[in-house]
Design a protein around this ligand. Structure first.
Ligand code: FDA
Ligand code: NAD
Length: 446
């Protein structure tokens, strides 16, 4: 058995949802487009899973500050439950419910994994045994959470050990949190998932210890000075940090629940629950040996087109040329997923009108009453500005005489736009102390 479509999007996450909306805007005909996802629900705004979704339900429990940079839609996604956060509400666009896909003649094949792909024959084989063929394929398979087993520790299946990648994980995490009020949690990993989940655990009145191998949190992005601001804030909310070590094993009770966490430095922490956020691996497996891979993802050109001209890749799984850096990068953030999706569809539907993808990397996070944004690249010398003892401060990165990156905590919408614009312009910086003196004013007047 089999079906044939002109366009198939493989994966039903953020990038798939934004690609679907763009296809409709560009006039895709009924019956031409199919989305296949192993998740049981239509594409949703995944970032909500570590924010609004984890909040205790009910009004007045908003963890994120309703600041000027929080859109009405994101606010609506606080204490989020589907269908409120289907794509594309995160970018203030239409909310694509299953009904929307139906009305636009888009086939949504949910709860169905694709088991193999043949890019020469242009076919996909699903777990239900169906062969789906395409003329153009967009790979939007995202990534999976790395498991502790990949670092030689077993116990991921224990009922009180939680990961966070999809809505099933998030539901499980909420249930486990609710089962141990006043209890002890260990968070393994000091990246995005670790930091955002730790904040939610605190809000659920659970005692949190964060364990990670680096010297400070968010080591991929933050300098130690920036990290210290957030760590001090977390400490003021009762979070304990154990740095420079990793988990070596768990102890279990007779029901298989984890009762304590043993660290490589020899210490032991008794726990009621564990949250693990130790990074991701892009879902490229179906295409290994068929498409060129780079930086762990599917290598694409400025049109998001892979080494096979009928296959495009978008979102977390795509490694694309970042013009401003002059090199190929794979980004793991929602803005890149949304924009690469739109660009790929534009390149497919209107190739003559579409230039090369020119993307300025943008990352952000919101926890407790804190909120930061970062644009560009974190290489070169760092110039700090603002008041780190207050609520608004930031940093610039200067490399080879140009401003290449900018960070701001506690900014207004206009200030965030200013640091984005300044980074996009890559102005020459001759005097770092003058940049420091001007601080945020430099971006605002750039
Ligand atoms: P995404 O993971 O969204 O979707 C991939 C889809 O493909 C999934 O539905 C998956 O099930 C499906 N799939 C994979 N293999 C398949 C197969 N073989 N067959 C069928 N279906 C398959 N970013 C940010 O900038 N700010 C933020 O605040 C956050 N917050 C955040 C919180 C949490 C908890 C997570 C996990 C992630 C974030 N992110 C984020 C990152 C952001 O969500 C991420 O970059 C995007 O979701 C990437 O979109 P994709 O569509 O590429 O992958
Ligand atoms: P991450 O890459 O942000 O952080 C991984 C962390 O794992 C590292 O900081 C390190 O502390 C830790 N680590 C690595 N090896 C370890 C080991 N052996 N033992 C213990 N700790 C170890 O990944 P994540 O936090 O798991 O996030 C997963 C994905 O979700 C990322 O793609 C991230 O971009 C995305 N996400 C983004 C946001 C956001 O942008 N605000 C929020 C949540 C999730």
């Amino acid at each position: 058995m089999g079906r044939a479509f002109v366009y198939v999007i493989l994966g039903g996450g953020v990038a798939a949802g934004y690609a679907a909306l763009e296809f409709v805007k560009k006039g895709v005909s009924h019956g031409e487009l199919c989305i296949i996802s192993d998740e049981p629900v239509a594409p949703y705004e995944r970032p909500a899973l570590s924010k609004g979704f984890l909040l205790p339900e009910g009004p007045g429990n908003l963890m994120t500050r309703q600041s000027s940079n929080t859109t009405a839609h994101e606010a609506a996604a606080s204490a989020a439950r589907l269908p409120s956060f289907h794509t594309c509400v995160g970018a203030n666009e239409e909310r694509l419910t299953p009904k929307w896909y139906k009305e636009h003649g888009i086939e949504l094949v949910l709860g169905t994994g694709v088991k193999s792909a043949d890019v020469k024959r242009k076919t996909l084989l699903t777990a239900t045994g169906e062969t789906i063929s395409y003329k153009i394929l967009i790979v939007a398979t995202g990534a999976r959470a790395l498991k502790l087993e990949e670092f030689g520790v077993s116990g991921s299946d224990a009922e009180n050990v939680c990961y966070l990648r999809d809505i099933a994980d998030a539901n499980r995490l909420v249930n486990v949190m609710q089962s141990c009020p006043g209890g002890n949690a260990v968070v393994i990993g000091g990246g995005y998932v670790g930091m955002e989940c730790a904040a939610s655990l605190v809000i659920h009145k659970i005692n949190v210890t964060m364990v990670f191998p680096e010297e400070h949190c968010m080591a991929r992005l933050f300098t130690s000075k920036i990290a210290s601001y957030y760590e001090e804030y977390y400490k003021s909310r009762g979070v304990n940090f154990i740095k420079g070590t990793v988990l070596s094993s768990f102890d279990f009770d007779s029901n298989g629940k984890v009762t304590s966490v043993n660290l490589r430095d020899g210490s032991t922490l008794s726990v009621d629950m564990v949250v693990v956020g130790i990074g991701i691996r892009p879902n490229t497996g179906l295409f290994e040996g068929q498409l060129t891979l780079e930086k762990g993802g599917i290598k694409v050109n400025g049109m998001l087109q892979s080494s096979n001209s009928s296959v495009y890749a978008i979102g977390d799984v795509a490694a694309f040329p970042v013009k401003a850096f002059g090199e190929t990068r794979r980004l793991e953030h929602v803005d890149s997923a949304r924009k690469s999706a739109r660009h790929a569809v534009s390149a497919i539907m209107e190739p003559d009108k579409t230039g090369e993808f020119d993307y300025l990397p943008f990352f952000y996070s919101r926890v407790f009453t804190l909120s930061w944004q970062f644009y560009g690249d974190n290489v070169g010398e760092v110039v700090y500005y603002g008041d780190m003892s207050g609520s608004a401060f930031g940093a610039y990165w200067v490399s080879k005489g140009h401003l290449v990156g900018a960070f701001l905590e506690g900014g207004t919408k206009e200030e965030y736009e200013a640091i984005a614009n300044a980074t996009r312009l890559r102005p020459a910086i001759e005097d770092l102390s003058e940049l420091e003196r001007q601080g945020l004013r430099f971006a605002v007047t750039a």
